[in-house]
Design a protein around this ligand. Structure first.
Ligand code: PLP
Length: 401
């Protein structure tokens, strides 16, 4: 078809490749290998003279459908799937970097991404430096010298700090760097890093794409030449491939991605407004609220505020734990982007290992709660949050129930 299809259509139909049975739903090819008609066909396949599936570590018809669908949504030339979001980040970086290279990253990264940059890369003689992602002056200094790669996350986990993607891409390209954007919090629907100048986009499909808490997955998207010549040899030979079963679950998840993300954003915005009115709370961070420190950038770069709200409860860890333990609907979990609303205390879980000093640099306090807002009726969510906040100021009441 020559017409350019809109995202909601691509989410349902992009990449669909029916077998000769004419099945309605995407077929799940749960097979590790493939057979050849004759030895000549096997030889031609391995010589790249014909297109034929070889082995599901390299490619599989179900994972190809998901790769093609993600390309259509992202506007990318090529995509490779990985077993997890971390395998995607790790493969994007390690396939490209070598000893002596230099990487600049925003400090506010997902915990394991932070570990790769701060601990793993230096082991291989790769110079890795952090900057405060919201501070353009720091990017300017760091990228006044040649660099090989830039890694950034926007909005960041858990403080919803933004990076000016077009501005950083410009500096990075002048420094000779390839820009990798971890776009998990924005989802492919709310922010388009490739259009804003990025070279590579990485996702944890575990989050909004599955969105129903079932499977892990990751994706790397970028130019065809880079994916085929740099990324593909690395993953072919190191083996972080996604299972076709997981790819099938994520294909079905994508069909409802727009419905879910749109509703979750509406719920999150309403929850953020509710929380900002409560006396127990000292700070609410939500990119599309006028009081977010980077609100102007958020509305320039994103089409909605996202599905997460981060806030500080007065009274630190003790008050947070009382609040979380009093929640009746919202679950305590470190996952996000799920149809179920999930609350996290970063200081004692996802961001415990980075230590108090690094947490302070990121603005994470002992009173910080990250709330992934789900698909429940927002009135029920607000009542649940209200009762849990009541319990912060009146501790004995709910415990006695
Ligand atoms: C969850 C997450 C990852 C890692 O993804 P997994 O699927 O858990 O491996 C990376 N980056 C961000 C921003 C995430 O939220």
């Amino acid at each position: 078809m020559s017409r350019k299809l809109r995202p909601a259509t691509q989410l349902v139909r992009g990449g669909l490749n029916r077998s000769n049975h004419g099945e309605t739903a995407e077929a799940m090819f749960l097979t590790s290998g493939f057979v050849y008609d004759n030895a000549e066909q096997a030889e031609a396949t391995f010589k790249n003279e014909i297109e034929h599936y070889q082995y599901s570590r390299f490619a599989n018809p179900t994972t190809t459908m998901l790769e093609d669908r993600l390309c259509a949504i992202e506007g990318a030339e090529a995509c490779r799937l990985m077993a997890t979001g971390m395998a995607a980040v790790h493969s994007a970086l390690l396939s490209h970097l070598k000893t002596g290279d230099r990487l600049v990253a925003s400090r506010a990264l997902f915990g394991s991404c932070h570990w790769i940059v701060s601990t793993l890369l230096p082991r291989y003689g790769i110079q890795a430096e952090f900057v405060d992602g919201g501070d353009m002056a720091q990017w300017q200094v760091a990228l006044s010298k040649p660099a090989t790669m830039v890694l950034l996350e926007s909005p960041s986990n858990p403080m919803l700090e933004l990076v000016d993607v077009p501005a950083v891409c410009k500096l990075a390209h002048a420094a000779g760097a390839l820009v990798v954007v971890d776009n998990v919090f924005a989802t492919p629907l709310l922010q388009k890093p490739l259009e804003q100048g990025a070279d590579v986009v990485v996702y944890s499909c575990t989050k909004h794409m599955d969105g129903q808490g079932r499977v892990l997955g990751g994706a790397v998207l970028g130019r065809k030449k880079w994916v085929e010549e740099v990324l593909m040899p690395f993953i072919r030979n190191t083996g972080p491939a996604m299972s076709p079963f997981n790819a099938w679950v994520i294909l079905k998840g994508l069909e409802t991605l727009k419905l879910r993300v749109d509703q979750m954003c509406r719920n999150a915005a309403a929850v953020a407004d509710f929380l900002s009115e409560r006396a127990e709370i000292s700070r609410v961070l939500y990119p599309f609220r006028a009081d977010h420190p980077q609100h102007a950038l958020a509305v320039r770069q994103m089409s909605a505020g996202g599905t997460l709200v981060t806030f500080d409860i007065k009274g630190g860890k003790e008050a947070c734990f009382r609040f979380m333990n009093a929640l009746q609907i919202v679950d305590i979990s470190n996952n996000l982007g799920d149809s179920k609303s999930l609350a996290t205390h970063p200081a004692t879980t996802t961001h415990m290992r980075i230590g108090p000093e690094e947490r302070a640099k990121l603005g994470i306090t002992d009173g910080t709660v990250r709330l992934s807002v789900g698909l429940e009726d927002v009135a029920d969510l607000i009542e649940d949050l209200a009762e849990a906040l009541d319990a912060v100021s009146a501790p004995g009441l709910r415990a006695a129930e």
